[in-house]
Design a protein around this ligand. Structure first.
Ligand code: F0G
Length: 459
C-alpha cells in the first residue's frame, strides 16, 4: 500500500515534560511579562513556537557524537569530520566554523562591507541586515513582486527579482557590490522557497558582472525539498543532490546550523576565494577562536556534522514540510488568514486580515500573540509594527509593510497531536476575534524594542 498518513520518522527515546497552566494563571503571568511573551519564562509556556532556531531535538547519533567530540584546541578530529561533511554537500574549499549564523555574517561583512557598499539579497534576515548596516554598507532587498503578497499562492515566492538585480548593479556600479546573497528559504518573507532556476538566473547575472554569489543557507534542506516537490526536472533527484546543485552555483555560504543542521548551537562560513578565506580566518581568530573550532566545542562540531547527514533524509523532509503544510491547510479551511502557501519552517498569520478593526498603531499582531498564550499557553512572535515599525519626526508610527504573527515549528520536537491542539487554539482565538483588544507600549527600548518592550491592553 501507499500510506496516506505521513508519520514522524522517528520514535522517542527521551522525553521532556511540558507544564500545563490554567487561563487564570496565564492571565497573571502575561500581565507580569508586560504582555510580551519574550519576557515569559519558558517553563510557563506549553507549546513554544517562538523560533525554530536552536530548538531542534537531537538524534541518538548526535548525542553519541557529543560524547565522541574531540576537544583538542588545534586540529580536532571533530573538525575534520565537520569539514568533510560540509564539503560533501557544498563542495566549497574553505570551511570556517562559527558559534552561530550571525557570527559568520559579522566576519564576512566586516571584511567585504563598509561605507559606500551595497548588498542585494532576496530578503535580508534581521541579523544579516544589521551586520551589513553595522559595517556602514547598505542592505537592499530585491524580492520578486509575488513574494510581497500574502494571499497569492505561488511555488517560489522567495525568488529574487533578477531584472531588478541587473538594473541595481548598473545603477550602483559593480565595484560597490562586493557580493550578492540569496536567503534559502526566505525567512523574513514567510519561509518561502527559491527555485533552482532563480538561483541559476541570479548566478548568471552575477557572473556577467564578476560578482560572487553567497547563499544564506540556514534552511537549505527545506528549500531543496520544495524544489523536488515543485520544480520540473527535480522530482527524481534526492534532496542531497538538489542541495549539491544549489551550492554549485554559490561562491560562498553563511549558515546558522541552529536550523537545518539540527543542533542547539553552531554555524559556519564557507567560500572558495583564497584571499577572502585568509582574511576571514584571521578575523575568526580574534573574535571566535582557532580556525579548527571557531566559536564551538569539538562536541558541537560532531553534532553539526551528524545533523547535516540527517537533515537531507527524504523521510524527514517529507514529514517536516508536510506537517507545516497540514497546519496551514487546517487554518485556511477554518478561514484563518495566513501567508499562502505555507513556508518550510513556520506558519505566518496575516494579522491585518485577522483583526481588520485593530489599526497598526494598536499592534494587531501583538494582540493575537497575547491571546494565543492566554487561550492555550502557545508562544508565537509578532513580526509587524512592534518589530519593524519606525517613527516619523513627530514620534508617529510608520507601520511595517505587513502585520504578521510567526509560529515557527521546532524540528522533531512536537508530534501531530501537539499540532492538532495548536489548530484548536488558533481557531478558538479566531472565533473570538471580535473580543480582542489593541495594545499600547508602556516601555520601549531605543533599538530592537520587541525583545524587551512592555505593553498594556487598550480598554
Ligand atoms: N539568516 C537567517 C535566514 C535566519 O533565519 C537567522 C536566524 C540567521 C541568519 C541568524 O542565525 O540566529 O544562528 O545567528 N533566525 C532565527 C529565527 C533567529 O528565529 O528566525 P543565528
Amino acid at each position: 500500500m501507499k500510506p496516506k498518513t505521513i508519520i514522524e520518522p522517528f520514535k522517542i527515546k527521551s522525553v521532556e515534560p511540558i507544564r500545563f497552566t490554567t487561563r487564570e494563571e496565564r492571565e497573571v503571568l502575561l500581565k507580569e511579562a508586560g504582555y510580551n511573551p519574550f519576557l515569559l519564562p519558558a517553563d510557563d509556556v506549553l507549546i513554544d513556537l517562538l523560533t525554530d532556531s536552536g530548538t531542534s531535538a537531537m538524534s541518538a547519533k548526535q548525542w553519541a557524537g557529543i560524547m565522541e567530540g574531540d576537544e583538542s584546541y588545534a586540529g580536532s578530529k571533530s573538525f575534520y569530520r565537520f569539514e568533510a561533511v560540509i564539503k560533501s554537500i557544498t563542495n566549497l574549499k574553505y570551511i570556517i566554523p562559527t558559534h552561530q549564523g550571525r557570527a559568520a555574517e559579522k566576519i564576512l561583512f566586516s571584511i567585504v562591507g563598509g561605507p559606500g557598499k551595497y548588498f542585494p539579497n532576496n530578503t535580508h534576515f534581521d541579523t544579516t541586515r544589521a551586520n551589513v548596516e553595522f559595517s556602514g554598507a547598505e542592505a537592499v532587498d530585491l524580492l520578486n513582486e509575488i513574494g510581497k503578497h500574502p494571499e497569492i499562492r505561488a511555488d517560489f515566492k522567495g525568488n529574487m527579482d533578477v531584472e531588478k538585480l541587473e538594473t541595481f548593479i548598473k545603477e550602483k556600479g559593480v565595484e560597490n557590490i562586493p557580493l550578492c546573497m540569496i536567503t534559502v528559504t526566505n525567512n523574513s518573507g514567510g519561509g518561502q522557497p527559491v527555485s533552482m532556476q532563480n538561483i541559476k538566473d541570479v548566478k548568471a547575472v552575477c557572473n556577467k558582472y564578476g560578482i560572487p554569489l553567497f547563499l544564506d543557507a540556514c534552511r537549505f534542506a527545506e528549500n531543496a525539498y520544495f524544489i523536488k516537490m515543485r520544480e520540473k526536472g527535480y522530482e527524481n533527484k534526492t534532496p542531497l543532490e538538489i542541495a549539491q546543485e544549489m551550492f554549485s552555483y554559490a561562491d560562498g555560504v553563511t549558515m546558522s546550523a541552529k536550523k537545518d543542521a539540527l543542533v542547539n548551537i553552531g554555524g559556519f562560513l564557507a567560500m572558495n576565494d583564497d584571499e577572502l578565506a585568509m582574511k576571514c580566518r584571521n578575523l575568526l581568530i580574534v573574535t571566535e577562536g582557532f580556525p579548527t573550532y571557531g566559536g564551538l566545542a569539538g562536541r558541537d562540531l560532531e553534532a553539526v556534522a551528524q545533523g547535516l547527514l540527517e537533515i537531507v533524509d527524504e523521510h524527514y523532509l517529507q514529514y517536516r514540510i508536510r506537517s507545516v503544510e497540514y497546519l496551514g491547510e487546517r487554518l485556511v479551511a477554518a478561514g484563518v488568514p495566513i501567508i499562502e502557501p505555507p513556508g518550510g519552517h513556520a506558519i505566518y498569520i496575516d494579522a491585518k486580515r485577522f483583526l481588520p478593526n485593530i489599526p497598526a498603531d494598536q499592534y494587531p499582531g501583538q494582540s493575537i500573540v497575547c491571546e494565543l498564550y492566554l487561550e492555550g499557553g502557545v508562544r508565537a512572535v509578532e513580526i509587524g509594527s512592534v518589530m519593524f515599525g519606525k517613527k516619523d519626526k513627530n514620534g508617529k508610527l510608520i507601520p511595517s509593510m505587513m502585520e504578521l504573527v510567526r509560529m515557527a515549528i521546532p524540528r522533531r520536537v512536537y508530534t501531530q497531536s501537539h499540532i492538532d491542539y495548536l489548530i484548536e487554539v488558533i481557531i478558538e482565538v479566531y472565533k473570538n476575534r471580535d473580543r480582542l483588544k489593541g495594545y499600547q507600549f508602556t516601555y520601549e527600548a531605543p533599538m530592537l524594542r520587541h525583545f524587551t518592550a512592555r505593553f498594556k491592553p487598550i480598554i
